[in-house]
Design a protein around this ligand. Structure first.
Ligand code: MSP
Length: 519
């Protein structure tokens, strides 16, 4: 594998980022960081989707220009991702000049080759979906199934994209590539949607929607949101822009495009058709994640239960986002819905990160200091069958990530942590020390610490700060690639002194954490 390109959906900026948006960015960042351990070249893209009627309406209600409104809100997203240590390579905004020009070029190209045509149309438009709805998208009262609001009747002469022309090729692609859509159970849903697919509107009359990208050859029309938004995945790499930096050639096609299940149709149908029309390769995988609820309830402004990642970090006084990253990344098996609750968050991260993993390292290092003044003696260094298990875990974790099973991979890491904890309990180095079985005691500590090196690497994508602290105390090079991992990291000699030992993660309810919180 020579490169890895991953993208997230770009978020609408009509509000502040919530934990659902954060879930997706965390998942993608964990995937990107994992693949950084397998290739030298990873590019992660995220950004904001800033055009459309909703932004136009909200900004005018606030007596702001749409651009001012977008600037203010886009910053909330970049701030949130900074807080969560989302290590993106580029943050694209659909109001970026380069992007706008590239979208205009794409539109003209499709128009010229006959994939876009003008057509008079009457349809039901839902501003929440930023899409025209069909009968099946409405409930018995004629409301949008998702937004529970009556769509607006829109009659316009718009440009249409010949989606139907690509229907058979898309069906073939999905059927021939069973892992194209992950989780695979969603592929059937898409195939069903493809049955009744029609050509789609890709522009609006400027008089009705002005906040959009102008159609170059028709000043009365603006390019409608989805063609603008979806193109970000290639314009961000310089496709069809003046500043073509060679990134497109290097990174496209994407290895995985991470999105929520609600926008799978746009990505596995519309996006594929656009790429086919542009004669470009298709992304290798689309990962459609599930929905995050709060205390098992759907988040909504009207219920007042919209939770931001910032509010959680502040409420728990977290100095680092690792605990929240870990909790969110493991919130649901791949593609399934997950939930956030304060109690569960506290319980889970205390159990996994503090009690099992952090404590294991802390105890082992403290015993090494207590019994051997922090020194590993040559005679402690022996091969162990546990190394075989650790090697297997590395393979299993890689296998999970090959299918973007982020939560499942964490379970494998936890199993290894549990196994090492059991090994320590079963061998009781404290008893061995008391009974003067010095060599055996040292061997148990050495074996444990050696495997902690592997664990720090494996946990790194989820908890980069904790992993770095672990690696520092183990004098382990955390940049070791997964394929180069050996079990000879801990060398004979002084490893650590008492002063260097620090807990890598404080229990959320510990006195120490409370103390830090109040400072
Ligand atoms: N702007 C479009 C995406 C265009 S991609 C070319 C959009 N924006 S959004 O802000 O509504 O959603 C952004 C992403 O966040 C989507 O992938 C969406 O599924 C995800 N989520 C929004 N709320 C969510 C939850 N409650 N839970 C999990 N993810 C959710 O759609």
């Amino acid at each position: 594998m020579d490169k890895f390109y991953t993208t997230t959906a770009i978020d609408y900026v009509n509000g502040a980022p919530h934990i659902g948006h954060a879930y997706e960015k965390i998942l993608t960042d964990v995937i990107a960081r994992h693949f950084m351990q397998r290739t030298n070249d990873v590019f992660m893209l995220t950004g904001t989707d800033e055009h459309g009627i909703k932004i136009q309406k909200t900004s005018s209600e606030l007596k702001m220009s749409p651009k001012e409104f977008c600037d203010a809100n886009a910053k909330k997203f970049t701030d949130a991702w900074k807080l969560l240590d989302i290590n993106y390579s580029k943050f694209i905004r659909t109001t970026d000049e380069d992007h706008k020009k590239a979208v205009q070029n794409i539109f003209e190209k499709l128009l010229k080759q006959g994939d876009i045509y003008k057509h008079s149309y009457k349809g039901l438009y839902c501003a929440g979906c930023e899409a025209f709805l069909a009968e099946k998208d409405l409930d018995e009262n004629g409301n949008c199934l998702i937004h529970k609001k009556k769509p607006e009747v829109v009659q316009e002469e718009n440009y249409f994209f010949k989606l139907t022309k690509y229907k058979d090729a898309i069906i073939k692609h999905i059927k021939n590539n069973p892992n194209f859509i992950i989780p695979t159970f969603r592929a059937n849903e898409v195939l069903n949607q493809l049955e009744n697919i029609e050509d789609i509107s890709v522009s609006r009359i400027k008089a009705n929607v002005s906040w959009g990208i102008d159609v170059l050859s028709d000043k009365e029309q603006v390019i409608y949101v989805w063609i603008d938004a979806l193109s970000n995945y290639i314009t961000a790499l310089g496709y069809d822009t003046v500043n073509n930096s060679g990134l497109f050639k290097k990174y496209w096609p994407a290895d995985v495009q991470v999105i929520g299940k609600d926008i799978l149709k746009f990505h596995s149908i519309y996006w594929l058709a656009i790429l086919m029309a542009l004669n470009l390769p298709l992304p290798k995988h689309i990962l459609a994640h599930g929905w995050i609820t709060i205390d098992e309830t759907k988040m909504s402004k009207s219920l007042g239960n919209v939770v931001s990642p910032k509010s959680i970090i502040e409420a728990f006084g977290l100095k680092e986002p690792d605990a929240l990253r870990y909790y969110m990344a493991t919130a649901a098996p791949v593609g399934k819905d997950g939930n956030y609750s304060d109690d569960d968050f506290k319980e889970k991260v205390n159990a996994h990160l503090a009690n099992s993993m952090g404590n294991l390292l802390n105890r082992s290092l403290s015993m090494l200091v207590k019994y051997f003044d922090g020194e590993i003696k040559q005679e402690f260094i022996k091969d162990s069958i546990l190394f075989e298990q650790a090697k297997r875990t590395i393979g299993e974790v890689k296998h999970c990530f090959d299918y973007f099973e982020v939560a499942e991979a964490a379970l494998k890491i936890n199993e290894l942590v549990d196994l090492v904890n059991k090994y320590v309990t079963d061998n009781a180095p404290w008893t061995l020390a008391k009974e003067n079985q010095i060599e055996k005691c040292g061997e148990v500590l050495y074996t444990t610490l050696e495997i902690m090196c592997t664990i720090s690497s494996l946990i790194y994508p989820y908890c980069p700060n904790i992993a770095l602290k672990m690696a520092k105390q183990l004098k382990y090079d955390i940049n070791t690639k997964l394929d180069d991992m050996k079990f000879n990291n801990i060398k004979a000699g002084k490893l650590i002194s008492k002063e260097e030992i620090t807990p890598v993660f404080l229990r959320l309810d510990s006195e120490l954490a409370k103390d830090k919180k109040s400072k």
